[in-house]
Design a protein around this ligand. Structure first.
Ligand SMILES: *[C@@H]1O[C@H](CO)[C@@H](O)[C@H](O)[C@H]1NC(C)=O
Ligand SMILES: *[C@@H]1O[C@H](CO)[C@@H](O)[C@H](O)[C@H]1NC(C)=O
Ligand SMILES: *[C@@H]1O[C@H](CO)[C@@H](O)[C@H](O)[C@H]1NC(C)=O
Ligand SMILES: *[C@@H]1O[C@H](CO)[C@@H](O)[C@H](O)[C@H]1NC(C)=O
Length: 417
């Protein structure tokens, strides 16, 4: 296009048949990064060989309609003086060579304020036809600032996370691209659902394999910059909060367990104490018999006689006096104990011991019942039993004296209960 235009210009010149000056800036637009030292090229051609006077000037104007033109510098040949406007002093210089037609503008440390249209003008006396001016647009770019890589969400199995990448500066605005490597630093093909839009890499339903090394490149047309982030996907249980929760739950459970055990122990102890007390009562009941027998020996026979009358009614208390029946009652009681008590077995041996005591006593009472039989106070069953017993123990004279004692004692017991 440019070439075509130039050709057209040349044709015009040829057609006009007049000597013409041609000024050219090769490109219409130049892109440089902010802070760069740049050169805007400008060349000219004249039909005059070895011109006596040449004036080179560079002006600038903002890239808006009707913007005011500002002079940067003016160079005069052959005096070789260059006038630089104060606002560009120290920043600009002219790289010129009249013989080769070079009039380049050098600009150092360009800023966004240099984002303007620059114009190169050549004036040669005696060659005022043609195109003495050309312009070019300077686009000052800003390299992307080093991006910041961040992770959004929780890097736990099954979660969705975003990796974000953003550069504070960049002109034109940078684009972002994520690359990832696995833990062994091998490049990998991302999960098909993974998206990389506007610097946000979205990872869905992440697993252990998602862990690795992620690099974001922030790039615009002049430069690029990177940041990186290491992602370590953890199982949810590794979460500090849930770990604390589990520990708390375990502690509470242990406390409850201790309380329960303590209560059980207490209750057992209490039960034991109760059993002990009851056992003691039983023991009292039996152990005291001999003593009471002793008392009963001197006791009044009349009372006992009355009781034996009552015993025909078989009141529980009276039965206690009849030791044959009493052993049966002990059996019944034992069945009660079975229901109520766990340490029945231990006690059973006690009962067995006592039973042997009773047996002995029964020997004694056998004789006594003989006497009762004589008195005809017992029913036929008892008499029969006693008869049996009499046969068994009739020779046992040793207990004669003591025989009466329990029977005498029993009325007292009745009073007690
Ligand atoms: C630009 O030139 C200045 C001197 O004018 C120099 O200090 C600076 O380092 C140069 N910058 C670059 C990017 O070359
Ligand atoms: C990830 O980014 C997407 C799109 O910007 C958003 O909808 C989603 O909520 C983000 N997820 C997280 C975990 O931040
Ligand atoms: C996540 O991945 C696991 C296996 O890796 C799969 O079982 C589960 O269904 C996935 N969940 C979703 C919501 O895709
Ligand atoms: C990762 O980023 C750090 C700065 O955040 C940088 O020092 C390091 O060189 C980077 N590593 C790679 C391999 O780019």
């Amino acid at each position: 296009m440019e070439r075509w235009t130039s050709t057209l210009t040349l044709l015009c010149v040829v057609w006009s048949g007049v000597a013409a000056l041609t000024v050219t800036i090769p490109k219409t637009e130049y892109e440089f990064a902010r802070g760069d030292n740049i050169t805007l090229p400008c060349s000219f051609k004249t039909i005059k060989t070895d011109p006596k006077v040449v004036v080179i000037s560079w002006t600038v104007q903002a890239a808006v309609v009707n913007a005011k033109e500002t002079l940067i510098l003016t160079h005069y040949y052959p005096s070789k003086t260059t006038d630089i406007k104060s606002q560009y002093e120290g920043r600009v210089s002219l790289d010129q060579d009249i013989k080769t037609g070079k009039a380049n503008l050098k600009l150092s440390s360009i800023t966004l304020a240099d984002n303007k249209i620059f114009e190169c003008r050549i004036q040669i006396p005696g060659d005022d036809e043609g195109i003495p001016v050309d312009t070019a647009r300077l686009v000052v770019l800003v390299a992307p600032s080093p991006p910041i890589c961040k992770i959004q969400g929780t890097a736990e199995y099954g979660q969705n996370i975003n990796l974000t990448c953003y550069s504070e500066e960049g002109s034109p605005p940078p684009t972002y691209k994520w690359d990832s490597q696995d833990v062994q630093r091998n490049p990998r093909i991302p999960d098909p659902r993974t998206t990389d839009k506007g610097g946000i890499l979205s990872l869905y339903n992440i697993t252990k394999d998602t862990s690795g090394y992620y690099v974001c490149t922030s790039r615009n047309k002049i430069r690029s910059s990177t940041c990186n982030i290491t992602v370590t996907v953890m199982p949810p249980s590794m979460n500090i909060g849930s770990t604390a929760g589990i520990i708390a739950a375990v502690v509470i459970f242990l406390i409850i367990l201790i309380i329960v055990i303590y209560c059980c122990c207490c209750r057992k102890k209490k039960e034991k104490e109760e059993e002990y007390a009851m056992g003691k009562r039983e023991e009292e009941y039996h152990d005291k018999e001999p003593d009471r027998n002793g008392e009963g020996r001197q006791g009044d026979g009349g009372e006992s006689t009355r009781d034996y009358d009552d015993s025909s009614v078989r009141s529980p208390i009276d039965r206690r006096d009849q030791y044959e029946e009493r052993s049966e009652r002990d059996y019944d009681r034992r069945s009660d104990y079975n229901d109520r008590r766990s340490d029945y077995d231990d006690r059973r041996s006690d009962y067995d011991d006592r039973r042997s005591d009773y047996d002995n006593r029964r020997e004694k009472y056998g004789d006594r019942h003989e006497r009762y039989d004589d008195d005809h106070r017992y029913d036929d069953d008892e008499r029969r039993y006693n008869d049996r017993r009499d046969q068994r123990y009739e020779d046992d004279d040793r207990y004669d004296d003591r025989d009466r004692a329990p029977s005498n004692k029993s009325p007292r017991r009745d009073d007690d209960y």
